[in-house]
Design a protein around this ligand. Structure first.
Ligand code: GLG
Length: 828
């Protein structure tokens, strides 16, 4: 029975519609209250971290108020919504972004100043949740920011990893990993919901039979049960609604171990409990490379099962029918990581809710939409039938059934046996396995790539057969980024300068930046623009000196490549360029080189041999170059350890040149490319991923292009590429490559970099040697451009002015129009 009394207070009397309490004094009061009564601290004992935590609690109250308000509106309007399923999120620090969303940065700064505390120091205390590997996880978080801001009725589901992406240290030039204990000091942003919990089954056997009503049915008698408990983090939109990121933590089922308890083996019972909780202990640190590990599949199924059960609960709570699920929800699959959802929803509908197969299949394939993030064959998920069947026997049966019906349809269309085998959900050659991208494609009503080029290649290559069968199913949504986090919060000085000129509308409509074009030639504006860049570079230099031990002159050009370390991203091509400059200086031919600091950061998958060696190579080149008196400070090389969102927010505002140099056809989109350009860095890049669209937007005269196109890459392959020819013909390149095996980079060790040398000479799968000369020539142009500061400033302004398209607000708008088909609901 509803409690009318409390409801009336809730809706009309203050709590939900009343004042948020955002004045300086109110913020100060709640901060002090949280410090003393919330944390039980006396001033003499309070640490900086206590102050951070108290401030986070004070702000969280206000954030939750916004969230509660939007939930209420979504419910009242019985709105159609989205459940976003992602195995990864990289939200970055919450406090700064929430202060912006509430528009109380200034008030908070002043409130803290009154008690002699500094907001920036407090912000710096926050340890970010590293619940993702790279672009894919960060994209999910940029989308949460936009969905909250735009009022999209939505919920984001994922996994509450106890240890996120490893912490990276660089020792003697090598990457070393340690566990990321992000929860060590507590997490003031999350709220545990012990009552929102679901059982997840694994293993065992299925049994078919006739149920009490005389219908054929299948029972899954699992041998393990684990409980998933919801942990909610509110994500606040700018000046508006909030949505929830609901992450599942694995726990043991209490009752499950009773028999062992009773038999007296207490330790065995506890051990079982620990084993259950292992499931969400740690994030797999591989970006775009599947490992096929059992625990990973368990994680995927675990969070999918909890999320679908929760979505169904929310749906039914509204008094709706289950066969209308697709009318009320789109479930967006962020890559194939959650694609087991297709089979799980069928299981829930058919086995648990007794819906007939055809109807359930109709609901399922109108509920899911699938975003593909990569064309790399090694990243396309496949699960061995053997492993899969042991863990999820019922799902294997369901997938077989989906497949057999699907293949029958293809036979009716007179498809050849070859083509049918290609399209099957099951790969029969080699170890039989399930192709998760095919499952996701067959089970979804829309499939999208993440940039125009990537979506085209997806249709023409990886999913070509499917695109021919269902042309309307395929679409593109070009990625976008949260310009509020990556410009307003992380580059406040530039944001203020922009707002001074064009007002503040660009915070919610990034296309408004176009207004900056009018000032691109204005010398006074250019000077202010570049002065801010210089200040940001000074701040980054300080950080670099402290964390990487290298002193950098902030007036140098900051040439930056930060992203996961991967051969296709070609950090080693950048290294070849640095060595070319070094050798020119040594030969006395360095007069046309502009003083440059080469800045790298990024993590390598712990088991990725070549990537780890590339980090060592960068460090070795840094040692050589930074210490050589002949270089005389003209070049500096540095690898900043432990790249994460927090560090990224320092780096983009301080960058002059953005390196986006992947081999064409390999980077699905890239999003770092957008963050750099948004902060006024110029891009040197190939025609890959979203680079293509960035260049279209900013104009080709404001973008440094080099290298082969996707088509030329394919042609090169077809013609039989022999990298050694380039080594033999290009003497400069030869001299550089020889350095890798001469020992001069490695204290005489001629073996250390031989694997890189041999890889490049023998296979060079990412065509570094082929693209080398074009890259070097392009860099010469860049160094010349750097010597004309006004020109450079003009190009920098024009880049920012034309970044409107790359806001995640635009991307989400595209999802709404092309895929989700729903009405945003803005909080009043
Ligand atoms: C992928 C791709 C990136 C893409 C990102 C988000 O490699 O090119 O920008 O997803 O769509 N694994 C990734 O980071």
């Amino acid at each position: 029975t509803p409690n009318k009394k409390i409801e009336s207070y809730f809706s009309s009397n203050g709590i939900v519609s009343g004042k948020l309490g955002l004045s300086k004094d109110e913020i100060k009061d709640s901060f002090l209250e949280k410090t003393f009564y919330g944390l039980g601290r006396i001033p003499a004992l309070a640490t900086q971290n206590d102050f951070y935590t108290a401030m986070a609690f004070a702000i969280r109250d206000r954030v939750l108020r916004q969230f509660v308000r939007s939930t209420q509106q979504f419910n009242e309007k019985d709105a159609r919504g989205v459940a976003y399923l992602s195995a990864e999120y990289l939200p970055g620090p919450h406090l700064g972004n929430n202060l912006l969303s509430l528009e109380i940065i200034k008030e908070t700064r002043e409130a803290l100043a009154e008690v002699n505390l500094d907001l920036d120091e407090i912000l710096d205390q926050e340890v970010e949740p590293g619940l993702g590997n790279g672009g894919l996880g960060r994209l999910a978080s940029c989308y949460m920011d936009a969905m909250a801001t735009l009022g999209i009725p939505s919920i984001a589901y994922g996994i509450r990893y106890e240890f996120g992406i490893f912490k990276q240290e660089i020792r003697d030039g090598w990457q070393e990993e340690s566990t990321d204990k992000w929860l060590h000091y507590g997490n003031p942003w999350e709220i545990v919901r012990p009552e929102i919990a679901y059982e997840v089954h694994f293993g065992g056997k299925t049994e078919s039979g006739i149920d009490e009503k005389g219908n054929y049915s299948v029972a899954w008698n699992a041998d393990t049960v684990i409980k998933g408990v919801a942990y909610d983090t509110p994500i606040l939109g700018y000046k508006s609604n909030g949505i929830i990121m609901r992450l599942w933590k694995a726990e043991a089922i209490e009752s499950f171990d009773f028999s062992i308890y009773n038999s007296g083996d207490y330790y065995k019972a506890v051990e079982k409990k620990m084993r259950s909780e292992n499931l969400t202990k740690v994030l797999y640190p591989n970006d775009e490379n599947l490992q096929g590990k059992e625990l990973r599949l368990k994680q995927q199924y675990f969070f999918v099962c909890c999320s679908l059960k929760d979505t169904i609960r929310l749906h039914l709570l509204q008094g709706r029918k289950l066969d209308q699920l697709h009318d009320k929800f789109t479930i967006q699959l962020n890559d194939t990581h959650p694609s087991i959802a297709v089979a799980e929803l069928m299981r829930l509908l058919v086995d648990e809710h007794k819906m007939e197969w055809e109807k359930a299949w109709h609901v399922t394939r109108h509920t899911f939409a699938y975003t593909n993030h990569t064309l790399l064959p090694e990243a396309l998920e496949k699960w061995s039938i053997d492993l899969f069947g042991r863990l999820l026997p019922r799902h294997l049966e369901i997938i077989y059934e989906i497949n057999s019906r699907f293949l029958n349809e293809l036979r009716e269309l007179q498809y050849s046996a070859n083509k049918i085998a290609r399209m099957s959900l099951i790969e029969e050659s080699g170890e039989p396995s399930i192709r998760m991208a095919h499952l996701a494609t067959v089970g979804s009503f829309k499939v999208n790539g993440v940039s125009a080029l990537h979506s085209r290649l997806l249709k023409e290559q990886v999913l070509n057969d499917f695109a021919e069968l269902w042309p309307d199913k395929f679409t593109n949504v070009t990625n976008g980024i949260s310009h509020r986090r990556f410009l307003v919060v992380s580059n406040p000085a530039l944001s203020d300068l922009i707002s001074e000129k064009i007002g503040r509308d660009w915070l919610t409509d990034l296309y408004k930046l176009k207004g900056l074009e009018a000032f691109a030639e204005d010398e006074d504006f250019q000077k202010k623009w570049m002065d801010i860049k210089l200040e940001n570079k000074k701040a980054l230099s300080k950080h670099i000196e402290e964390y990487a031990g290298v002193k950098i002159d902030p007036t140098m050009m900051f040439d930056v490549q930060v992203k996961r370390i991967h051969e296709y991203k070609r950090q080693h091509l950048k290294v070849l360029h640095i060595l070319s400059l070094y050798r020119r200086i040594k030969k006395g031919e360095g007069e046309r080189i502009s003083p440059t600091a080469f800045i790298f950061a990024g993590k390598a998958a712990p088991g990725y041999f070549m990537a780890k060696r590339i980090i060592k190579l960068i460090s070795s080149v840094a040692d050589l170059v930074n210490k050589d008196p002949d270089v005389n400070g003209k070049l500096k090389v540095v690898f900043i350890p432990n790249f994460n969102v927090k560090l990224a927010q320092r780096i983009y505002p301080a960058s002059d040149l953005s390196e986006q140099i992947s081999m064409a056809g390999k980077e699905a989109s890239g999003t770092g490319n957008m963050k750099f350009a948004l902060n006024g860095a110029l891009t040197v890049g190939t025609l890959d991923g979203a680079n293509v669209e960035i260049r279209d937007e900013v104009g080709k005269e404001n973008f440094f292009l080099f290298g082969l196109t996707t088509e030329e890459v394919q042609q090169t392959r077809q013609d039989g590429y022999r990298p050694s020819e380039y080594y033999e013909q290009n003497k400069e390149l030869q001299g550089i490559l020889d350095m890798l095996i001469s020992g001069e980079l490695s204290n005489g060790d001629t073996e250390l970099f031989k694997p890189i040398f041999e890889n490049l000479l023998q296979q060079d799968p990412y065509l570094l040697l082929k693209d080398y000369q074009s890259y070097i020539d392009c860099q010469e142009e860049i160094h010349e451009a750097w010597r004309k500061p006004k020109e450079w400033a003009r190009m920098s302004i024009l880049n920012v002015a034309n970044m409107g398209k790359f806001s995640s607000d635009r991307s989400i708008q595209d999802y709404v129009e092309k895929i989700w088909n729903l009405q945003p609901i803005k909080a009043d």
